[in-house]
Design a binder for this molecule. Structure first.
Ligand code: ADP
Ligand code: MG
Length: 148
């Protein structure tokens, strides 16, 4: 997918929401400023969350009481899975909410097999973002790329 504004990235998240069931884990990859948090803002808005959504860089996990609940983690300050253990992330990953993890590669070993992987890249101009969505099959084997 290619988006041309933050609003388009938020809309893409909203369009994806009907495909996310309770328990779905989204791993967001891409550099700082690539649009990961913007995507989560779109998801939160579509879930009816009215609070402002920002990267939980210091708290690591924000919880929003939507239906299903939205859990937003940011592992930027984590080095690897060893660091990630003990943060309680596993409880969210196995829970009934939709869990979105920025910098998810830092806890790769903790992610369930059926995690969706979304990669954000800056495109050829300042407001272009290339967003690749790899959606796992229901049985968790392999990935279906960009099959929205
Ligand atoms: P990340 O969480 O990946 O570090 P953010 O979502 O916090 O990134 O920031 C993305 C920045 O890029 C914001 O300042 C936003 O306004 C800007 N931006 C410009 N174009 C887009 C786009 N198409 N999609 C998302 N963000 C965009
Ligand atoms: Mg962010």
């Amino acid at each position: 997918m290619v988006t041309h504004s933050p609003a388009e990235t938020r809309r893409l998240a909203a369009e994806l929401l009907p495909q996310l069931c309770p328990g779905t884990v989204l791993a967001l990859h891409g550099d700082l400023g690539a649009g990961k948090t913007c995507f989560v803002q779109g998801l939160a808005a579509a879930l009816g969350v009215h609070q402002p959504v920002s990267s939980p860089t210091f708290t690591l996990i924000h919880e929003y009481a939507s239906t299903p609940p939205l859990y937003h983690a940011d592992l930027y300050r984590i080095r690897d899975t060893d660091d990630a253990c003990g943060l309680g992330l596993e409880e969210y990953l196995g829970g009934e909410g939709i869990t979105v993890v920025e910098w998810a590669a830092r806890a790769a070993e903790l992610l369930p097999a059926n995690t969706w992987h979304l990669t954000f890249e800056v495109g050829k101009d300042l407001t272009e973002r290339i967003i690749t969505i790899e959606k796992s099959r229901p049985d968790g084997t392999g990935l279906l790329q960009n099959n929205l």
